[in-house]
Design a binder for this molecule. Structure first.
Ligand SMILES: [Zn+2]
Length: 305
């Protein structure tokens, strides 16, 4: 099953040097999610061949323009492409009003329904759940209400050992084995001892998105041990007083959070438009947390099972 994160936008504030506003496309086992939707996101969805109509859930971290100004265009394109499926949008208080107002004054009525879910930025919340996946939000420390998002696969069933499994086993018995149970016949005799027919489950993978935020260790419990952490690093390390003033983080701070949270891999982004060359970003981050990479637009990071 895929668990693929594609970077659509990696810059903060203004587009610069071929880098665009924040947006990420996440495909987990056939669920297609959009995280933030800066200006021009729909064009980059096209360029990177991510099918717009497959997206059923859009998560907007906060209402600074570089994180959502592409949303109205995308919503309207979905309408023009004859979407009929509901679209679920998760965002801070005010986002619904912004979208509804724009539709009202353009006298537009969409072919499909938008289900708005207002985030409670001050506490963690479960936003989505099905048999395989759980998505929660958690608070970030920014100048206005801002949420991070955690995408986590649920524990998976045991795998069946194809070599050991008899050809004529019933589906009911397979279901019991996958649950970890031994299988008995009607007289109570053991037919299949679980450990002989099963293999350990595949890994459950996780991704946490943290943008925008001050350096804030209180987020560590929410992101502890994730496979992949996106943490903003708007500035290089020497600009830490400015980062603090503007409620952003530096390379060293992103690395420090990754280290404290014991994540497997860190991806940084949300670069300030003042920097053309990103080489110092990765160098500085790796001084604190070695397994770090840069967000590069068009690149996809795949988590293996
Ligand atoms: Zn912001």
């Amino acid at each position: 099953m895929p668990f693929n994160l594609t970077i659509l936008g990696s810059n903060s504030a203004t587009p610069a040097y071929g880098r665009h506003h924040t947006a990420q496309y996440l495909n987990i086992g056939g669920h297609h999610f959009l995280i933030d939707c800066g200006e021009g996101t729909q064009e980059r969805l096209n360029i990177y061949k991510a099918k717009v109509q497959r997206i059923n859930h859009i998560f907007i971290s906060h209402l600074h323009g570089d994180h959502y100004l592409g949303l109205m265009g995308l919503v309207y394109t979905m309408h023009l492409l004859k979407r009929t499926k509901d679209l679920n949008i998760y965002g801070q208080k005010g986002l619904k009003e912004i979208i509804v107002t724009q539709l009202k004054y353009s006298d537009s009525r969409l072919n499909y329904k938008i289900n708005f879910r207002e985030l409670k930025a001050e506490k963690p919340e479960l936003l989505f759940e099905d048999d395989t996946l759980e998505i929660t939000s958690f608070p970030l420390s920014h100048r206005i209400p801002c949420s991070g998002f955690l995408f986590k696969e649920k524990p998976k069933p045991l795998r069946l050992s194809k070599e050991m499994l008899p050809e004529k086993i019933s589906l009911a018995h397979i279901a019991l084995l996958k649950k970890g149970e031994d299988v008995y016949d009607e007289d109570g005799n053991l037919i299949y001892k679980n450990s002989e027919y099963t293999l350990p489950p595949r890994r459950s993978r996780s991704y946490a998105f943290c943008s925008d935020t001050l350096y804030d260790e209180s987020i560590v419990p929410y992101i502890k041990g994730v496979d992949l952490l996106y943490h903003e690093a708007t500035f290089l390390a020497d600009k830490y007083p400015w980062a603090e003033l503007t409620f952003h983080s530096t390379t060293h701070q992103a690395g420090a959070i990754a280290k404290k949270a014991e994540v497997k891999q860190l991806i940084i982004g949300h670069y300030s438009a003042r920097y053309k060359d990103l080489t110092p970003f990765i160098k500085e981050t790796q001084e604190v947390f070695e397994n770090a990479i840069l967000s590069v637009e068009g690149e996809t990071i795949s988590l293996s099972e």
